[in-house]
Ligand binder design. Structure first.
Ligand code: ZN
Ligand code: ZN
Length: 625
């Protein structure tokens, strides 16, 4: 048989040859360095047979940044972790251990709880394994044999996995550790140059809170020590930028046990909020949106109509009013539908773009709450665009343009994921062809990089998920743009066409910041708390050297009243007050003493740069920013 290599040359191999045999046929060095085969975008274990005629790519230790090559290295490292834990903690039960983005984990049921302090010892044991060297072997067995094996080893989670497994059952063994696993895995442990255990967390078996809580050990692994060091440095930087730390430190917000998942916004945090709100209002107005405000609570009937019940019922806070079931809205759609349906609509009113930033509530589990990134109160920069089928293309294009503009204000790069028709779709293939093409065209028109998530759309329409990449290269899911014909029809919405007939219509649900809460959390981390001048809650701080200079400082604040200027006249030394201004990440600090005057101001810019500027020069510098 033949396989096709990346340079389009063909390689002649005996029938049923494996990826490893293909590598050997090319050269012994390649075979020694091989970690994985990729065929048609799918990854395959080196030990498995290739198909006649298929294109193959053999990944080696040189592909050290390739996500698939990293995943196989990390998955193999997860198995080393399980081997180490089994040796160190007799009686431990093992669950699952997959690779994940940036690393891997393995879930265990420990006889006694362990703590972060135990991780170095486990890591040491993994390093012993690496020093000794491990080879992986793969075998396929019957379900009965596999069950028997894990029963004897006292591994109930593995037995359960065998019982629910579909297809062939494969086992991977290294040292004296055998795991039920689909693979793929490395040939041996030589490519693993650096392993680091990064943390502990609780995790329910199969993600179900009714099941036993297991201990999840997180780790990561790399093809070189330098790559691990660079990764750990990025993690440290991310910690320094953590919005949960910076938020209270910069006096922006805090959280309270009295209402988990709902931030208490401080005056400085509200400055950020209103800057975003001002952009939202300004751009909405420019782009032909109208502002509305609709109720926060509705009777259950409304959510049955909207389809939020029963799908999102668990996520919604419920109430009883006059002995009837009600709920707090988790999405704004019902209000917009009711508004549109409040009277007969003409085609002349379309497209109708209704914007609404009313707060929503979602009953996220306490354990999943995470600073501003996962909250219970969600204030979306939401809008519902009612339009005809012919208007879809232009409306979506306008929304994507809006998103690109918005993210550009914060120096973040937008990318997108386009989700297409699922199995259980409503509507005809022609409709879906047209609508998916409209969304894709909008992304192309705006030069937004996108990937396609085949079959991931909602049953009523395709959608675009918007992602942004921040200063640390991390991707965040931001807004969504979702096309929908289902909800208008559930609410019985139509419009009168030029033919005096009623027609069905579409709605585009879209939020671009996503939510104010989450967006501010991401901005804090993106900027590391050092907001650009236009966004900074305090833009200028004046430090009068002595009591005699307070009047002059107050006067300066007055004269720069179009900016957010603060005077720090605490009885602290000048040095201490300058350091505090640095910690508060204030863009401009003016120290005012005997030597200062309108002609000569001592101005310290964030980052340490100092200058002596006249008042007018400073004014034009601020205006430029
Ligand atoms: Zn595995
Ligand atoms: Zn909606």
């Amino acid at each position: 048989m033949r396989v096709v290599l990346p340079d389009n040359s063909e390689l002649e191999l005996p029938e049923g040859a494996t990826g490893l045999e293909a590598a050997r046929a090319i050269g012994p060095k390649l075979a020694a360095e091989a970690v994985l085969v990729r065929t048609n975008g799918r990854v395959q274990d080196l030990r498995l047979p290739l198909q006649d005629g298929e294109p193959i790519q053999i990944l080696t230790t040189r592909d050290k940044n390739d996500p698939d090559a990293l995943a196989v290295l990390r998955h193999s490292s997860a198995h080393l972790l399980a081997e180490a834990v089994r040796r160190l903690y007799p009686g431990v039960k093992i669950a699952i251990g997959p690779p994940i983005e940036n690393g891997f984990y393995y879930d265990f049921e420990f006889p006694e709880p362990i703590s972060e302090g135990d991780l170095p010892r486990i890591e040491g044991e993994i390093n012993n394994e690496l020093a000794e060297g491990r080879e992986w072997t793969r075998e396929e067995v019957s379900a009965d044999d596999a069950r028997q094996r894990f029963l004897e080893e006292g591994e109930p989670y593995k037995v359960e996995l065998v019982d629910t497994a579909e297809g062939a059952i494969s086992l991977y063994t290294q040292g004296d550790f055998t795991d039920l696993c689909r693979g793929p895995h490395l040939q041996n442990s030589r490519p693993i140059k650096a392993v680091k255990l990064t943390g502990l967390a609780g995790a329910y078996w199969r993600g179900d809170e009714k099941n036993t809580q297991l201990t999840r050990i997180y780790g990561t692994a790399f093809y070189s020590k330098e790559d691990l060091a660079a990764y750990l440095e990025r993690i440290e930087e991310a910690k320094r930028r953590d919005h949960r730390r910076l938020g209270p430190q910069l006096d922006l917000f805090h959280f309270t046990e009295r209402s988990p998942g709902s931030p208490i916004w401080h005056p400085r945090g509200m400055v950020l909020w209103y800057e975003l709100e001002e952009i939202r209002r300004r751009e909405n107005e420019k782009r032909g949106y109208q502002e509305i405000k609709t109720p926060i609570i509705y009777d259950a009937e409304t959510f049955w109509t909207s389809g939020h019940f029963p799908k999102y019922e668990d996520l919604m806070f419920k109430l009883e009013i006059d002995e009837q079931p009600w709920a707090i809205k988790a999405m704004n759609c019902p209000g917009a539908m009711l508004l549109f349906g409040s009277r007969l609509r003409s085609y002349r009113e379309l497209p109708m773009r209704l914007a609404e930033p009313t707060p929503l509530h979602r009953n996220e589990l306490t354990g999943t709450l995470h600073g501003l990134l996962r909250v219970r109160i969600i204030t979306q920069d939401d809008a519902h665009i009612f339009c005809t089928e012919e208007q879809i293309q232009d409306e979506i294009a306008a929304v994507v343009d809006y998103a690109r503009y918005l993210y550009g204000l914060f120096d973040m790069t937008a990318s997108a994921e386009l989700s297409t028709r699922p199995q259980n779709k409503l509507g005809t293939d022609e409709q879906w062809d047209r609508n998916e093409a409209a969304l894709e065209e909008a992304l192309k028109l705006n030069d937004i990089e996108y990937t396609i998530a085949e079959g991931e759309g909602a049953f009523y329409g395709p959608k675009i998920d918007l992602h942004m990449e921040d200063a640390l290269g991390r991707k965040w899911q931001m807004g969504t743009i979702q096309l929908d014909s289902q909800m208008p029809s559930r609410f019985g919405l139509t419009y009168m066409g030029p033919d005096n007939q009623e027609h069905s219509l579409y709605v585009i649900h879209r939020a671009l910041y996503g939510s104010f809460e989450r967006f501010i959390g991401i901005l804090i981390e993106h900027y590391g708390g050092a907001f650009p001048f236009w966004l900074a809650p305090v833009q200028v701080r004046v430090i009068p050297v002595g009591e005699d200079h307070r009047a002059a400082a107050a006067d300066l604040r007055e004269r720069f009243s179009e900016y957010r200027v603060e005077v720090d006249e605490r009885d602290e030394t000048v040095g201490k007050r300058i350091r505090d201004a640095e910690l508060d990440k204030i863009p401009f600090v003016i120290v005012y003493g005997d030597k200062e005057s309108d002609q000569s101001l001592a101005v310290r810019k964030r980052g340490g740069e100092q200058a002596t500027l006249g008042l007018e020069a400073l004014r034009s510098e601020l205006a430029r920013l």
